[in-house]
Design a protein around this ligand. Structure first.
Ligand SMILES: C[S@@+](CC[C@H](N)C(=O)[O-])C[C@H]1O[C@@H](n2cnc3c(N)ncnc32)[C@H](O)[C@@H]1O
Length: 324
């Protein structure tokens, strides 16, 4: 396909610096070519910024950084589009969507976490997204909204709390050991109401992701946080299990992004008797719903809509360079 230079619009940041050129043919996101290069990187090193009442959200134990969620959402959606999170927790996805001007719908089974999300929004004056208290395996199949543009979620874990940590922790030379770890990590708290066996866990995920496939528009992406784990002396490659669940639900597997949590503390698992990895990363598995070309907008009309949408937003912000 030949390049038409009139399809390109230069965008600027609020400080006037160029963001590069946005192509009106862009069907996926609002990124310029220069920004797109970075959004396809397969490793994202990020820590937890102390933002959005992190201390309050820490009560959850499995919460994700809203800034990281915003980065992912911006790679797969345009401003104003709708993101569904069936396992919303204390709202990493929802807060991420508020950062970047997307609309989010979250479902969370544990009221303690929906309450914390509401508190976080009130304390930080953040626009509250819709969060429904309930079971995603019942609620997502009943999803009656217009199709979501993206699914971004972070699955609850099966038996995560059963991993025992070694006794003792890091100390400086000459210091006494700093005590004994709790046998249960805080992560155990977020699947109190979840399934207990791996088969039950997979069955619940199958139900939810089959329903997410139905709730997603054609060509929409689903990005799923998954961490591998140890259980009873064995490494469980849960990323592969979860990829299988989404493929069985009809999704096409598109790739894996590794989120390297650079600030994650190392724990002493198995020291002196067994090698157990200290996992400082999680996978973000990326899938797409693809039912052929239906749902893909036509060329000229699509570009005109894209230009109008972009102009309206950039004019509001006063950051449009070279708009035609
Ligand atoms: C890994 S956490 C999500 C954390 C979230 N990304 C955040 O930033 O707070 C998974 C969440 O799924 C919830 N959950 C488990 N089973 C569920 C179900 N059947 N329906 C809805 N939520 C469920 C858990 O209570 C937990 O909060």
């Amino acid at each position: 396909m030949s390049e038409d230079p009139s399809d390109k619009v230069e965008l600027a940041r609020a400080d006037g610096a160029s963001r590069g050129f946005y192509d009106l043919k862009n069907r996926i996101n609002d990124l310029t070519g220069k920004e797109w290069v970075f959004c396809t990187k397969s490793v994202i090193p990020r820590s937890y910024p102390p933002s959005f009442q992190l201390k309050l959200r820490n009560a959850h134990g499995g919460q994700k950084p809203p800034e990281l969620c915003a980065e992912i959402v911006q790679a797969f959606t345009k401003r104003g589009q709708v993101v569904l999170d069936p396992f919303a927790g204390v709202g990493g996805t929802l807060l991420g969507c508020s950062i970047c001007g997307r609309v989010a719908i979250g479902i969370e089974i544990n009221k303690e976490w929906t309450d914390i999300y509401h508190q976080v929004c009130a304390l930080g004056h953040v626009r509250r997204q819709a969060i429904v208290h309930g079971d995603a395996s019942c609620l997502v199949p009943a999803f009656r909204f217009p199709p979501a543009d993206m699914v971004l979620t972070d699955i609850p874990y099966w038996n995560m709390d059963k991993v025992e940590k070694s006794r003792g922790t890091f100390k400086r030379a000459g210091e006494a050991a700093k005590g004994v770890y709790s046998d249960k990590s805080k992560l155990g708290r977020f699947d109190d109401e979840g399934p207990q066996t791996k088969d039950e866990w997979l069955a619940m995920l199958r139900l939810v992701f089959a329903a997410c496939h139905g709730a997603l528009k054609n060509k929409g992406y689903a990005a799923v946080f998954v961490g591998n784990m140890y259980n009873k002396g064995e490494f469980h490659y849960l990323t592969a299990d979860v990829a299988g669940v989404l493929k069985a639900a009809g999704f096409v597997f598109k790739g894996e992004i590794i989120w390297y949590d650079v600030a994650k503390k190392l724990h002493l698992y198995g020291i002196n008797y067994e090698w157990i990895p200290s996992m400082v990363h999680q996978s973000i598995l990326v899938f797409q719903k693809d039912e052929g070309s239906a749902g893909v907008d036509g060329g000229a009309e699509f570009k005109a809509q894209n230009r109008a949408r972009l102009n309206a937003y950039q004019r509001k912000k006063g950051t449009l360079n070279g708009a035609r």
